[in-house]
Design a protein around this ligand. Structure first.
Ligand code: PHE
Ligand code: FE
Length: 301
C-alpha cells in the first residue's frame, strides 16, 4: 500500500473474543488477521495508557530516524499548516509523551490524543473523533518495516495526523467526520464515508499559493508517496468532488492512482456540512469507480 497503513475501517473479523467485552477490533482493508497490539489493558472505549516508559532506546532511535527523514522533505511538499505545527511540536528527539502534547493541543483546538493498542472498531473510532479525542497507536514499527508498515503505528498516527489537529478548521472537520461516522453507521453508508476519509484525511492534496501540497496523513508520514503525490506525472489529480470521492474505490497496496485536491480546509468543511442522507442514497444508485478510473466531469487540478 501507500508506505503507510490504511485508515478507514472495513468490517471486523471476530478475533479478540472475550476481550473488550467481545467487541472485535477492526482491521483496515486487510483480511481476517488479528490486529497487532496488546489489547489486554484497553478500556471499553479502546483507549489505554500510553506506557511511554516501556519504549526502548532503540525504538526512540528508530522514531528519530523516521522523523528526520520526513521533516527533511516537507518544504515544497507539505501544506503550510502542517509545517507550522510540526515546528511548534518539539517532537523530534523521541517518541512523544502524549500528555505533554495534550497540554498544547487542548489549548490550541480543544483536541486531545488518546493512546490505543492498535486498530479499533469503526464505531469506537467515530465516537472518539466526535468527542475531539484522536486515537494514536502506542506501538512503533520494527526497523525492518521502516519503509512500509501494514497497520498504522505511532509514527503514522502521531506525525501524520496530530499536527493538523492544531489547525482550527481542520480540527472541526475531524470532529464533524466522527459525528458523521456515527450517523453513517446507522445508514449503512460507512464504506462511502470511509472513502471520503481516505481521499481527504489520509491522501488529500491542497492547492496553496506556492503550488500543490499534501495534507493527508498517509502522504505526510510516507517516505516515498509524499513526493510522488505532489510531483509525479503518473497519478491523476482531480478537483474536490464529494460524490465522486464516495464512488471511488481505493488501493491499500500501492501508491494511489488518483488524488483529490481541495482549495482550502474551509472548502472541505463547508462542502461536508450538509446532510449526507440523500447523498448516500444517490451514490448508492451510481456505479462505483475503480481507483484509477477517470470520470466524465472530473476537474483537473
Ligand atoms: N454532514 C455529514 C452528514 O450529515 C457529516 C460529515 C461531516 C461527514 C464532515 C464527514 C465530514 O452525514
Ligand atoms: Fe491514518
Amino acid at each position: 500500500m501507500s508506505q503507510q497503513a490504511a485508515e478507514p475501517p472495513s468490517p471486523a473479523a471476530s478475533f479478540h473474543d472475550g476481550v473488550n467485552r467481545g467487541v472485535a477490533p477492526v482491521t483496515y482493508g486487510e483480511g481476517n488477521r488479528p490486529p497487532r497490539g496488546d489489547y489486554a489493558d484497553a478500556r471499553s472505549d479502546y483507549t489505554c495508557e500510553q506506557h511511554w516508559e516501556r519504549h526502548t532506546e532503540a525504538e526512540h532511535a528508530l522514531y528519530r530516524q523516521l522523523y528526520e527523514r520526513q521533516v527533511a522533505q516537507l518544504d515544497g511538499l507539505a501544506c503550510e499548516a502542517f509545517i507550522a505545527a510540526v515546528r511548534g511540536l518539539d517532537a523530534a528527539q523521541q517518541i512523544p509523551r502524549f500528555d505533554a502534547v495534550n497540554e498544547r493541543l487542548l489549548a490550541a483546538t480543544g483536541w486531545r490524543i488518546e493512546a490505543v493498542p492498535g486498530l479499533i472498531p469503526e464505531e469506537a473510532f467515530f465516537r472518539l473523533l466526535s468527542e475531539r479525542r484522536f486515537p494514536v497507536t502506542r506501538w512503533l514499527r520494527r526497523l525492518d518495516e521502516i519503509d512500509y508498515v501494514v497497520e498504522p503505528d505511532v509514527f503514522h498516527d502521531f506525525f501524520g495526523h496530530v499536527p493538523l489537529l492544531f489547525n482550527p478548521v481542520f480540527a472541526d472537520y475531524m470532529q464533524a467526520y466522527g459525528a458523521g461516522g456515527l450517523k453513517a453507521s446507522r445508514l449503512q453508508a460507512c464504506e462511502q464515508l470511509a472513502r471520503l476519509y481516505w481521499y481527504t484525511v489520509e491522501f488529500g492534496l491542497i492547492r496553496e499559493a506556492g503550488g500543490l501540497r499534501a495534507y493527508g496523513a498517509g502522504l505526510l508520514s510516507s517516505a516515498g508517496e509524499l513526493r510522488h503525490s505532489v510531483n509525479a506525472q503518473g497519478p491523476q489529480r482531480v478537483g474536490f468532488d464529494l460524490e465522486r470521492m464516495m464512488r471511488t474505490r481505493y488501493r491499500i497496496d500501492s501508491y494511489q492512482p488518483t488524488y483529490f485536491v481541495i482549495d482550502s480546509f474551509a472548502q472541505l468543511f463547508d462542502a461536508t456540512a450538509q446532510d449526507f442522507t440523500p447523498i448516500y442514497q444517490r451514490v448508492a444508485q451510481q456505479p462505483e469507480l475503480a481507483a484509477d478510473e477517470a470520470a466524465p466531469g472530473d476537474r483537473p487540478a
